[in-house]
Design a protein around this ligand. Structure first.
Ligand code: 3PG
Length: 249
């Protein structure tokens, strides 16, 4: 049995303030640090072990991974960071409050921006200082590969080749792999692994800080997937994510 464990980072400062975040590099909130430590404890209590870990260039994911590895006493394992695992880039929506945006443009429009498969958010201008091509962490990436805003579809186009070429060979080779990433980069992976339709993925919301386990057979066929949390806690956290884009909460 081959296994992959994925975790969305703990609550960030901007999750707490209910702002579109995307590639904005905000840190974990106090609750987020606790959630990340708790994820490490859950994995330790259940006897999980890892050989290698992957994360994004964004500190809310990196700090979550550090807490998890610390909890497992696995600080020494190799960690590969890639911008390909970054959150979906939310374009010119980044920084805006989700509920205020829903008040201004309507719940329906915000749902389209957040969960439609191939609708892009309003794009950043190339000269915008928030455009990744103008930011130091991305200075070595060819400019034409870097987004000004992404849909789930275009997020999939960078997450899945990275998974296939870089991560999957390690799982196939029998290593225990951990990925700490983001709501939408993980939705991209989950859509691919579970073979969900463009409609089915719209209803999927990934909770912060809860380990999600994928089990594969020897041919890398997905056998099972489940969160390490009780049903009630899980549903409440998923509903909270879904409700972030509503004007009235
Ligand atoms: C963000 O980037 O704002 C969130 O982390 C994910 O946002 P979403 O659930 O609104 O897509």
């Amino acid at each position: 049995m081959k296994k992959l464990v994925c975790i969305r980072h703990g609550e960030s400062e901007w999750n707490k303030e209910n702002r579109f975040t995307g590639w904005s590099d905000v840190d974990l909130s106090e609750k987020g640090h606790k959630e990340a430590k708790q994820a490490g404890k859950i994995l330790k209590d259940k006897g999980y072990d890892f050989d290698i870990a992957y994360t994004s260039y964004l500190k809310r994911a990196i700090h979550t991974l550090n807490h998890v590895l610390d909890g497992l006493d696995l600080d020494y394992i190799p960690v590969e960071k890639s911008w390909k695992l970054n959150e979906r880039h939310y374009g010119a929506l980044q920084g805006l409050n989700k509920a205020d945006t829903a008040k201004k443009y309507g719940d329906e429009q915000v749902l389209i921006w957040r969960r439609s498969f191939d609708v892009l958010p309003p794009l950043l201008k190339e000269t915008d200082e928030r455009a990744p091509r103008n930011e130091k962490p991305y200075r070595n990436v060819p400019k034409d590969e870097l987004p000004l805003g992404e849909s789930l579809k275009t997020t999939i186009e960078r997450v899945i080749p990275y998974y296939e070429e870089t991560i999957k060979p390690h799982i196939e080779g029998g290593e225990n792999v951990l990925i700490v990433a983001h709501g939408n980069s993980l939705r991209a992976l989950l859509k691919y692994l579970e073979n969900l339709s463009d409609e089915e993925i719209m209803k999927v919301n990934i909770p912060t800080g809860i380990p999600l386990v994928f089990e594969f057979d020897d041919d890398m066929k997905l056998k099972d997937h489940y969160y390490l949390a009780d049903e009630k806690e899980l549903q409440a956290k998923m509903d909270a994510v879904a409700n972030q884009g509503k004007a009235k909460q």
